[in-house]
Design a protein around this ligand. Structure first.
Ligand SMILES: C[S@@+](CC[C@H](N)C(=O)[O-])C[C@H]1O[C@@H](n2cnc3c(N)ncnc32)[C@H](O)[C@@H]1O
Length: 270
């Protein structure tokens, strides 16, 4: 029998136990093996980035700085940006995840080979051949920080890192770091603010999540659906393409009803 997960009390981002985020447990739960839903997402993101990045003429208008916001224990969003990036910032708050990302930058784990292989069905990726791990090592920069602070203004009234990145990803972050709908929207604002106009992006969301356990800790989530995700992205995005993955095989843990993938380009508004 399936019981719905309990709804979290209000937990803001600063109140959640990020210092106790058990990276080993998270990676083991989610990324030691390639799940069908991640495969589906990767294929879509790889095709989207290929379509939007390969269309520019050689060397011109091509993204060179990429960011994966809240990278955690997941390398595949960064791998999906690799063909077009000179540098990719893996931005993350939790100490164990930061340590994991630094270690993976120096020595990419074998489990990520299956994820790269999926991307290689698209030519932009297969061109890297066996060099992809070296290319990743050269491009990846791990930065520890709080994404909400990225949106803060300095004494000149300018936002830190505003418009700095020409391609970006944010996977299972905006809705999975707080129970607050305001913080969900703010996280999207912060992500969109660091993207340059025209930057292609991919963002993934858990739908209907009531929080999640990692090791012995519980982490908060904000229960969002496709309309709420679309409403939060629309002021910033053009060419928005959204899919909802909600068949039984797409549900990776109890307490959520599906996954939402949004790909688009950062508009000049918002
Ligand atoms: C559900 S995990 C998703 C991780 C990864 N992107 C993935 O696809 O599996 C949420 C991530 O957001 C990070 N995080 C939480 N609050 C953050 C903040 N304020 N700034 C940056 N990262 C944060 C967490 O440490 C965690 O790695």
């Amino acid at each position: 029998m399936h019981f719905p997960a309990p709804v979290d009390e209000c937990v803001l981002n600063d109140q959640a136990p990020w210092n106790n985020f058990d990276n080993k447990a998270y990676v083991a739960q989610n990324y030691l093996e390639l799940l069908p839903v991640d495969e589906e997402i990767l294929v879509k993101v790889g095709r989207y980035f290929s379509r939007h990045c390969e269309s520019g003429s050689e060397g011109e208008g091509r993204p060179v700085l990429g960011i994966d916001m809240g990278a955690g224990g997941n390398l595949y969003p960064a791998l999906a940006m690799l063909p077009w990036c000179r540098k990719i910032t893996l931005f993350e708050r939790a100490p164990e995840n930061v340590a994991y990302l630094r270690q993976q930058r120096d020595d990419v784990g074998q489990n990520w080979e299956a994820f790269w292989k999926v991307l290689c069905e698209t030519k932009a990726y297969s061109r890297h051949d066996s060099k992809w791990k070296i290319d990743f090592q050269e491009a990846a920069r791990v930065e520890q920080g709080n994404l909400f602070k990225m949106g803060q203004r300095n004494w000149l009234g300018l936002r830190r890192s505003a418009g700095k990145y020409q391609i970006g990803t944010m996977f299972f972050v905006a809705e999975s770091i707080s129970t607050s709908p305001d913080e969900f929207r703010q996280a999207i604002d912060c992500f969109m603010n660091v993207l340059a106009p025209g930057a292609p992006f991919a963002a993934a969301f858990m739908e209907g999540s009531h929080g999640y356990d990692v090791g012995t800790e519980h982490f908060p989530a904000c229960d969002v659906d496709k309309d709420e995700v679309e409403a939060a992205l629309t002021p910033y995005a053009s060419d928005l393409e959204m899919v909802r993955l909600s068949e039984a095989g797409h549900l990776v843990r109890p307490g959520h009803t599906g996954m939402i993938l949004a790909c688009g380009k950062r508009s000049s508004g918002g």
